[in-house]
Design a protein around this ligand. Structure first.
Ligand code: PMP
Length: 358
């Protein structure tokens, strides 16, 4: 049999992205919304899905949904672009602004997908690490951008997995530092109640990424969007897959977006529970929880007391609780991340961790 020649050289030694989504009784590892969509809204969703022509291609740009999102954000249709989850748009960003000879500025520790996409597209990654409290070193970012060779940057606010928020003033300084296209990834902005949207008026080099996966309980459906200037989004259109946002997802997301105010209550509960979880974690010996503006909390276990993060992760799983293990990730040593679940799930997590540390 003929042997196959090797894949593209940048793939050598690469491990496929693995969210380590292991079945458990309490799933609080992927920053999902613990509440599924309310029954009443689900009924409307079912009605909308029934009307979809399954034999026809979807509207490639999902214009109905674009119009709804544009209107809610005070923008025009051509300043909104939908994707198959925020993940697809992140990949499109690397395709359109990266490539051989191009440079991406990353601010680690952050969402690992950004650096992964850079690797796939042969884009050079320039790192300006966050400070020890995981805040962005804005002076260092601006200085590096001012050298003029960075093509694009992504800053996550609130940051995943550390929870830090950028201020509007900080974003303005970063946008003014160069002509690099800067994405502010606002996947979790609903839990911070802060957006950099006002900066779009004055900065063509800003784009904002958002998702239906978190506040809108729609991780299973795969809808994300970017807000930006029409000129910038035209470049995204050149690289995007024509039909990546399928007709069923468009129909579902349209109903969800019309009812978005009804998700506020769930967001409020998550924010209140987040503060309870942070307080309870900080009351435990050998645990330091970081402040968070999102729907998850990063916490560090005290290695000096012989507590090993990977070991605690496994024992939590043995107790039926799945959290995310970052204990071997550079700059996140001995850290775990817990997504805020229902009040019962959070209590079960806290009790299990207390038992393990006792
Ligand atoms: N950005 C960040 C920071 C995220 O954490 C995620 C989800 N893990 C995404 C973007 C993409 O989300 P989705 O593809 O579900 O829209």
């Amino acid at each position: 049999m003929q042997q196959v020649r090797p894949a593209a050289p940048q793939l050598e030694g690469v491990e496929p992205y693995d969210p380590k989504y292991i079945p458990a009784e309490v799933m609080i590892s992927a920053n999902e919304n613990p509440r599924d969509v309310d029954l009443e809204i689900r009924r409307e969703v079912e009605h909308a899905v029934r009307k979809v022509s399954l034999n026809r291609y979807p509207d490639p740009l999902a214009n109905d949904l674009r119009d709804k999102i544009a209107e809610a954000n005070g923008l025009d249709r051509d300043q909104v672009l939908l994707g198959n989850g925020g993940d697809e748009l992140l990949f499109d960003f690397a395709l359109a602004w990266g490539g051989p000879g191009r440079k991406f500025l990353n601010v680690p520790p952050t969402f690992s997908v950004y650096a992964y996409n850079a690797l796939l597209t042969n884009t050079e990654v320039v790192e300006v690490p966050r400070r020890s409290d995981y805040s962005v070193d804005v002076d260092a970012v601006c200085e590096r951008l001012a050298q003029g060779d960075i093509d694009f940057a992504i800053i996550t606010s609130p940051n995943n997995p550390t929870g830090n928020l950028l201020t509007g003033g900080e974003v303005e300084r970063i946008l003014d530092a160069s002509d690099a296209l800067v994405m502010i990834d606002e996947a979790y902005f609903e839990f911070s109640r802060f957006t950099v949207r006002p900066s779009l008026e004055k900065h063509e080099n800003l784009i904002i990424l958002r998702t239906f996966s978190k506040a809108f309980s729609l991780a299973g459906v795969r809808i994300g969007y970017v807000l930006g200037s029409a000129r910038v989004l035209d470049e995204f259109k050149k690289v995007r897959l024509p039909y990546s946002v399928d007709a069923v997802s468009q129909a579902i997301a349209g109903v969800i977006y019309e009812h978005r105010a009804q998700f506020e209550k769930g967001v409020d509960e998550i924010v209140a529970e987040r503060e309870r979880v942070i307080e309870a974690l900080n009351a435990m010996d050998g645990v330091q929880a970081f402040p968070s503006s999102a729907n998850y909390v990063l916490f560090r276990l005290d290695a000096a007391r012989g507590i090993d993060g990977g070991d605690v992760w496994q024992r939590l799983l043995d107790a039926g609780v799945l959290v995310r293990d970052f204990s071997r990730t550079p700059r996140l040593e001995n850290c775990l991340r817990v997504s805020i679940g229902s009040p019962e799930e959070n209590t079960r997590f806290l009790e299990a961790l207390n038992g393990i540390l006792a």
